[in-house]
Every structure is written in C-alpha cells, then in structure tokens.
Design a protein around this ligand. Structure first.
Ligand code: GAR
Length: 214
C-alpha cells in the first residue's frame, strides 16, 4: 500500500479528486496518511478531516524565520513516512532540502501545459490570467515529478483543454480543473501506486500505457 502525504494551500479540490478516486477504486494500492497545509484557513484541511485523515497546519507565521518554517514543514511531512508526497494546490516553494528527501517521490499538479505558462510567478489563477492575456487557444494541466527547479521536473501526464471566447480566469480555471486536473492527478497516482512509472534520463516511462484515454 502506497502511503501518500498531500500538501495543500487552499480549496483542496484536487485533494478531493484523489480521495474520491481512492473511494471509487480508480486508485488502487494507495492511502492518504496525512494532509499538510501552510494556510490555517485552507478548506482542504476540512476535506481531510471529513475523511478521517490527519490534517495539520504548519504556518510560516508561527516561525521566527523561513528556515525554521521549512524545517518544521519537512519534519511534519516525514512524520507520516510517506512513499509519495503529492503537491495538490500547494503554494509553498519547496526547499531544496525537501526535494532531496523525496527524490522522484514527490509530484505536483500545474494548471498549464509545461513548459508553457510555468515557473516563478505562475501559480493558481495567475496562470489562467497569463493564458488569456497571450490569447493561446489550448492550455491544460501537467502532473510532474518535483526537482530542484520550479515546474522543471520529469513530466508524467498532460491533458489539453481549449480556451473559449468570453473566458474569465475563473471560468478557465474551473474548466482546466474539471477536464484535466481532477483526471490526470488521480491517474498518475494510480500508475505510481501500481509500479508502472519509471524515470530515466530525466524522462518518465509508463509501462504499457496508452496516452490520451482519460
Ligand atoms: C489548482 O488549479 C492547481 O493546479 C494550482 O492551484 C489550484 C489549487 O486548487 N496549483 C498551482 O498553481 C501550483 N503551482 P485546489 O486547492 O482546489 O486543488
């Protein structure tokens, strides 16, 4: 059974998609053992508690400096002894020490098709604002392993979503979540939990997998 720690910052709809997929059997061989938020007001914490999952907040506001916060944040994650750390709407810049603690064992969902609209400053609603500003017609979401860079790790799954006339950042965000994020994140976890995902030379290979079916 793959032990998963989920790191969140906000609403937690991606966390919910993971929990629902475990309940419905779309994800097998995995359990969520803890949910960690940097934001005490994150609704994701309530979602975890409703599911009987330990939900903890480690907020930077309660620490003297960034290093002390980062140490506590990592220590809490390690307490759960996770096999996989899932960043599901996590707005914390993950310190290098933490990346090194979970080599190819930490994944992130990004609300665009990497390498477009990613990197520093591209998070949450800002990503969709930039997509609309540029006028691209196709965006989407990406699940990738986390490395020392920002949104630079090996890509596991991607799914495209069309931009429509009249989209606002909020409307587009919702469509990207519904059509892409809530599908590819549980799918990636299920593939990892069932030992089908390998990384070599910075690229992901998924055993016996046909892309584009979800
Ligand atoms: C999601 O769109 C996720 O892709 C994005 O934040 C949102 C969180 O929603 N993550 C990032 O931008 C990370 N760089 P949620 O809390 O409802 O899952």
């Amino acid at each position: 059974m793959l032990r998963i720690a989920v790191l969140v910052s906000g609403g937690g709809t991606n966390l919910q998609a993971i929990l629902d997929a475990i309940d419905s059997g779309k994800i097998t061989n995995a359990e969520v053992v803890g949910v960690l938020s940097n934001n005490p007001k994150a609704y994701a914490l309530e979602r975890a508690k409703k599911h009987g999952i330990e939900a903890v907040c480690v907020s930077p506001k309660n620490f003297a400096d960034r290093a002390a916060f980062e140490d506590a944040y990592l220590a809490q994650t390690q307490k759960w002894h996770p096999d996989l750390v899932v960043l599901a709407g996590c707005m914390v810049v993950i310190p290098e020490k933490m990346v090194k603690a979970f080599p190819n064992r930490m994944i992130n969902i990004h609300p665009a098709l990497i390498p477009s609209f990613c990197g520093r400053g591209y998070y949450g609603l800002h990503v969709h604002e930039k997509v609309l500003e540029r006028g691209v017609r196709v965006t989407g979401a990406t699940v990738h392993f986390v490395d020392a860079g920002t949104d630079t790790g090996p890509i596991i799954l991607q799914k495209a979503v069309y931009v429509q006339d009249g989209d606002t950042p909020e409307i587009l965000q919702r469509r990207v979540m519904e059509q892409a994020e809530w599908k590819i994140m549980p799918e990636a976890i299920n593939l990892i939990a069932n030992g089908r995902v390998n990384v070599s030379d910075g690229k992901v290979h998924i055993k016996d997998y046909v892309y584009g079916k979800i």
